[in-house]
Design a protein around this ligand. Structure first.
Ligand code: ZN
Length: 287
């Protein structure tokens, strides 16, 4: 089913680009329009842009971003923007397919840092990688709007200070714990685990659409029992039943660990990550 959708998008894009071919010469002082792929990138771009540019997310709140399909109006929003910020790495295949088609008419930025694993897009859950991504976003927004570059740099520095504070809190908060293994619904927390010396056991894989086998559920239950794990983490955008199944089999509890693939119900990336830290500290018995 992927192929016809991609073809339809291509055709649609040609129509959209033809329709707006005449008014590409905007005055230099007009506000820039930045489209971001999904929440963590929206969070960074909004903080960096401040009052000087417009930022909107292509993935609606509450929608699981891995399997995003693009509507005609979403394609139009991307093609009319000055800058598209996305992850790549096959995280959102529909968006990845659109990028080469719009790369000639607007700036596109992948925030993927060099050297990260090719098979895991969840870079935003390591605060130190978020610091690097913020610097990358500052450069890209400044490139499409050089007149406000100084403001973007200041806003970026402010955000980087907040994220560095978060990183310190994680390092300190997870330094002395009884256990270091976390069980998650899908494997979103690999980079976070690497950064803070934890071990992640995902019930489902990196892509949450892949249903785990009965054998995998049994394996995870065994790991839980062998390691005295007390908490199975689930996430708000995915069905709770996987975590419930393992919890019921092992006597463990369930708790939320938010992979922040969508805006948190309250607060922002920083406060939701602090809530994640608190949940991890409880689950791992940290002092
Ligand atoms: Zn994910």
């Amino acid at each position: 089913m992927r192929r016809p959708i991609a073809l339809a998008l291509s055709a649609l894009l040609l129509v959209v680009l033809a329709a707006c071919g005449g008014d590409s010469e905007e005055p230099d002082d007009s506000r820039r329009s930045i489209v971001t792929a999904f929440y963590p990138l929206t969070f960074v771009a909004t903080a960096v842009a401040g009052d000087e540019a417009d930022v909107s997310s292509i993935t609606p709140a509450g929608v699981e971003p891995h399997d995003l399909e693009l509507t005609a109006s979403q394609v139009r929003r991307v093609s009319e923007a000055d800058l598209l910020i996305y992850i790549g790495q096959g995280f959102q295949p529909a968006l990845d397919r659109l990028v080469p088609e719009v790369a000639n008419t607007l700036d596109v930025l992948t925030v993927r840092p060099p050297g990260v694993r090719a098979d895991d897009p969840h870079i935003w859950l390591d605060p130190s990688l978020m610091v690097g991504m913020t610097g990358t976003v500052v450069s890209a927004i400044s490139r499409v709007d050089p007149a406000n570059a100084e403001t973007y740099r200041e806003n970026g520095d402010e955000l980087i200070a907040r994220i560095n504070g978060l990183d310190d809190d994680f390092s300190n908060g997870l330094s002395r714990c009884e256990r270091r293994t976390i069980v998650t619904t899908h494997e979103s927390f690999g980079y976070l685990a690497d950064r803070f010396n934890l071990e992640q056991v995902g019930i489902a894989g990196i892509d949450p659409d892949q249903e785990p086998s009965a054998r995998r559920l049994n394996e995870v239950a065994e790991i839980v029992q062998d390691n005295g794990i007390t908490t199975i983490f689930f996430e708000t955008l995915l069905p709770e039943d996987l975590a419930d199944t393992v919890a019921a089999e092992t006597g463990a509890e369930t708790a939320v660990l938010d992979p922040l693939e969508s805006p948190p119900a309250t607060g922002d990336y920083i406060s939701a990550m602090r809530a994640n830290l608190s949940g991890l500290r409880t689950a791992l018995d940290c002092r």
